[in-house]
Design a protein around this ligand. Sequence first.
Ligand code: F6P
Length: 343
Amino acid sequence: MRIGVLTGGGDCPGLNAVIRAVVRTADARYGSTVVGFLDGWRGLLEDRRIQLRNDDRNDRLLTKGGTILGTARTNPDVLRAGLDRIKQTLEDNGIDVLIPIGGEGTLTAANWLSEEGVPVVGVPKTIDNDIDCTDVTFGFDTALTIATDAIDRLHSTAESHQRVMLVEVMGRHAGWIALHAGLASGSHMTLIPEQPFDVDEVCDLVRKRFQRGDSHFICVVAEGAKPKEGSMSLLDGGIDEFGHVRFTGVAHQLGQEIERRINKEVRTTVLGHVQRGGTPTPYDRVLATRFGVNAADAAHAGDFGKMVSLRGVDIGLVSLDEAVKQLKRVPESRYVDAAAFFG
Ligand code: F6P
């Protein structure tokens, strides 16, 4: 069998570990070969690819961040218009099954290709952990570790200066990184996209903590956190199509607002892409490897139109159609439970 593999969307620690596992399993278990298409779906549209081999170079991919295949975000309309070219590329290269590794956008495209008759097995990835039908995606643990370490460090400097510190972490649509990093670092408040915040309540909490003698206040803000309507006036052009504060960053705008209302120094840190860089944690290496092995197995078993997924301790398959129906947001019960540790 000949397998095609590609990585789409934003990069994520663990992508190379999946590629490594697919190549190793395909070769060692089935005697199959693997072709890597470059720069996401573009590689298929433009027939740009490399031959992947089960060799020493492949073995060393386990710890390497980013993706050796390159990645890109592709407009779904461009993809739809290119269906014939995609099918031609697959035929020209003798590809029997395609394994796209990606987030919501990539998996939605994979599902559409599957409906168009292309044999596909999807692998979910995202540091945001917001893909449905899988308990966890690889990349999340690495991002969480980086965010937690950064917040741990902010505690000591915030304490020395008796400051309010806001830390903006990734999470456009879901607050998994923010919620978990907030809990893991003992932060005082966490703002997530799932629960719009009220600036008055944020300021009241800051005041209360300083009045009872606290030395500092740390608030973790997911980049997709939104103020309740009428709770904070935002800079012009600061809201994107999802209603999120974008251009200036929600944490910076909130920081200015807190400083204006309370006589306290506020400092804001935006962690940004540092959360996506570098080597994956051991947990992510293992999860990515298990996903890769199971994707290669599914490809050989003819389990097409499916996505590998973690449920409890087991890796299984779910239909791609089901997996891309909605994003996995933080359920209310989770942030209500967590609230006891904030404030
Ligand atoms: O989806 C993963 C993610 O890291 C989001 O958390 C973030 O909003 C986005 O990607 C950033 O994308 P880009 O790298 O295109 O700026």
